[in-house]
Design a protein around this ligand. Structure first.
Ligand code: SF4
Length: 281
């Protein structure tokens, strides 16, 4: 292609490749949850987030999770960055946040507004790990609060949980300028904090959202499309990777795959989808 549009097209292809969706143009099927479908917008976005949503909490009762099931067979994974992180006895989220302080350990500190540490329950049995804060997250200091965050909240509620029942965090805690992907050295510098968060919470299930989170935790260069929806073992937790909600905003047809993945997580946690509310006359 010799047209002036070639650089733009190449950038888009690189973006989809980074998300592990190559080839992204294949038909993915149409089935999807109505609640997820209602949240979706096919309009492309240039940032990970959008106008903030101050109140994301559901008033539904917190479900009581059943005891763990016997471990299923899991796939072996390569050593990751996390294998080098020393254990901290008696660690807690508060102590980790204190240790981060006004962090300037990597160049991402230069353009950030706020450190986005994480949000949710310290005793969560389910943790979602994304890539890094976007604009809205950087302004509010909370993870997943833009359009993609709103969709993630709806996904969590479709699973029969409330957002405050789970824990949500990112690979890096400061917004990469222009919402670019975090560089390898930035990930290496920041990931020990995430490792400590995961160790302190010790959830039954970790869900990686997108290629960067999945590749970082699993220590692989493989594209997420090669292992999406498969169970892995991660330091005593079960780990599954699925697509990032920001991608679903651009590609609603991929929601059926994500919902298939989330149903596996629900089965592992013994969750059933909430019953639909009766329609008022
Ligand atoms: S991204 Fe992590 S390591 Fe880098 S400055 Fe922010 S908190 Fe520190």
């Amino acid at each position: 292609m010799d047209s002036p549009n070639r650089p733009h097209m190449e950038a888009w292809l690189r973006y989809f490749d980074d998300l592990g969706l190559s080839p992204f143009y294949l038909d993915r099927g149409a089935a999807e949850l109505p609640s997820l479908a209602a949240a979706a917008s096919p309009a492309p976005e240039t940032t990970r987030g959008a106008p903030s949503n101050a109140s994301r909490r559901s008033a539904a009762a917190s479900p009581v999770l059943p005891p763990p099931r016997p471990q299923d067979a899991v796939l072996p994974v390569a050593p990751s960055l996390f294998d080098a992180t020393p254990r901290v006895e008696g660690d807690s989220l508060a102590r980790i946040r204190e240790d981060i302080g006004d962090c300037k350990r990597c160049r991402l500190c230069e353009a950030r507004n706020t450190i986005v540490f994480g949000d949710g329950s310290e005793t969560a049995q389910l943790v979602f790990v994304g890539e890094g804060p976007g604009h809205d997250e950087d302004m509010q200091g909370l993870p997943f609060v833009g359009r993609a965050g709103k969709l993630l909240t709806q996904m969590i509620e479709a699973m029969g949980l409330r957002r405050e029942d789970v824990y949500i965090c990112n690979i890096v805690k400061c917004r990469p300028p222009g919402n670019r992907q975090p560089e390898r050295d930035e990930v290496a510098t920041c990931s020990p904090f995430l490792d400590r968060q995961l160790a302190a919470i010790h959830p039954r299930v970790i869900v990686c959202l997108g290629n960067v989170a999945a590749q970082t935790l699993l220590g692989t260069n493989k594209s997420i499309s090669q292992f999406r929806g498969q169970w892995f073992s991660f330091r005593g937790s079960k780990l599954l990777a699925t697509y990032h909600p920001a991608f679903l905003l651009r590609t609603p047809s991929a929601k059926s795959e994500v919902w298939t993945d989330l149903k596996k997580v629900m089965a592992e946690l013994g969750l059933k989808p909430p019953k639909p509310k009766p329609r008022s006359a």
